[in-house]
Design a protein around this ligand. Structure first.
Ligand SMILES: [Zn+2]
Length: 386
């Protein structure tokens, strides 16, 4: 009976940015414009002063926004978010560092005509807050009047720490807000029971056959969309490029494509979730897709089934909860080996052979099920020996 193993825990910091379209009021737009202007002015002014000091005295001046706020001609800088200005200093210092380390050219002035306005502010002592409804987020930013309305088009992952916010105005006139979150990823611990394992054999006919003898098929709805997609794509290829019918058909194909992708991913997500929830160890074959599709010339059916995507989903889902996906070397003779006595048979070389009898012990095997059991046993062996 193999010993149980426990994984060690460790934590790493992951940063993730979320960008949303903002819908500012006229009053907010005015304040954004003022901040963009101050940020650009300060950047150019600091760059100019630093350049002169460098040119005439060979000195790298360390300038701060506070210094500028105190000179009479720049008092108005105090009207905007101080952290936005502090970030200007940091950005400029980075630009100079990159120049001195020969990673970048000498910093350039920012022109108003560049039409790319933005500023970044940091979260300090709860100066930035937000609340969410179904469709909108309402964000409170330093020096910006009221709450900024933001289109909430995708969920933000829970348990993150908001670090900074960047507001930008694109040449189209649209406003965007980008939130930078920090997540502490604690690697999950799970007490793995090697007896609670499953092996999957990617089958020719179905999606896979597992070591419990279940055959899992790709959903029919998905296959149906695939057929329609192929048909509509054929139609498209016969149409005159650029004609209005062609454009119409192209949109139809794109829609079907999106539907097929959605259905396939939904199926793969649910299936991988089910497996990872139920088992501690999942054994799969490490298939070299390219080599395999060339050798056997059925690459299309494999990529349609999404085996590669499926195994990636399995791996990250298992990692997130401390479980194991073990890939078996593609040379491991999972199909050839009798699961009862370990004897190898040459009969299974022919892919059309679905059932075979072991020449040594006489056991009769279903090809895929036998392979799945071998994959499971090999996965458990690998887990327990390393
Ligand atoms: Zn045998």
């Amino acid at each position: 009976m193999p010993l149980r193993k426990t994984k060690k825990t460790s934590a790493e910091i992951i940063r993730k940015a979320y960008k949303f379209q903002a819908v500012p009021t006229e009053e907010q737009k005015a304040m954004f414009a003022q901040t963009f202007g101050c940020v650009r002015y300060l950047y150019n002014r600091m760059l100019d002063d630093k350049s002169k000091a460098y040119k005439y005295f060979g000195e790298n001046l360390n300038l701060t926004p506070a210094w500028y706020k105190h000179i009479s001609c720049c008092r108005w800088l105090a009207d905007v978010d101080a952290l936005a200005l502090a970030n200007v200093q940091l950005n400029l210092n980075t630009a100079f560092q990159n120049f001195f380390n020969k990673r970048a050219k000498y910093p350039k002035f920012k022109k108003k005509s560049d039409h790319h306005d933005s500023y970044t502010t940091n979260v300090v002592n709860g100066n930035i807050s937000y609340r969410t409804s179904d469709k909108y987020m309402y964000v409170t930013l330093p020096k910006i009047p009221g709450e900024l309305m933001v289109k909430n088009h995708r969920p933000v992952k829970q348990d993150g720490k908001l670090k900074s916010v960047t507001v930008s105005r694109e040449p189209s006139g649209k406003y965007y807000i980008s939130f930078l979150f920090e997540y502490t990823k604690v690697k999950a611990v799970h007490d793995i029971d090697p007896d609670n394992a499953i092996g999957l054999d990617m089958s020719m006919r179905s999606f896979y056959v597992d070591s419990d003898g279940n055959e899992v098929d790709s959903p029919h709805a998905y296959l149906h969309v695939q057929d329609r997609l192929a048909r509509e794509q054929r139609k498209l290829s016969h149409m005159k490029k650029g004609s209005s019918n062609y454009q119409k058909q192209k949109r139809k194909v794109a829609k079907l494509h999106a539907k097929a992708t959605y259905q396939r991913n939904d199926f793969l997500h649910k299936l991988s979730r089910k497996l990872v929830d139920a088992y501690d160890i999942v054994g799969i074959e490490d298939l070299d897709m390219k080599g395999m599709s060339q050798a056997l010339n059925f690459g299309k059916s494999i990529s349609d089934k999404g085996w590669g995507r499926f195994t990636r989903m399995l791996v990250y889902k298992a990692e997130a909860c401390g479980k194991r996906v073990i890939k078996i070397d593609k040379w491991f003779p999972s199909s050839k080996m009798c699961r009862e006595c370990g004897c190898l048979s040459k009969k299974t070389k022919d892919l059309s052979v679905r059932e075979w009898t072991c020449p040594h012990c006489g056991a009769t095997h279903n090809r895929d099920y036998n392979a799945a059991v071998n994959i499971k046993n090999e996965a458990v062996r690998i887990y327990c020996t390393c």
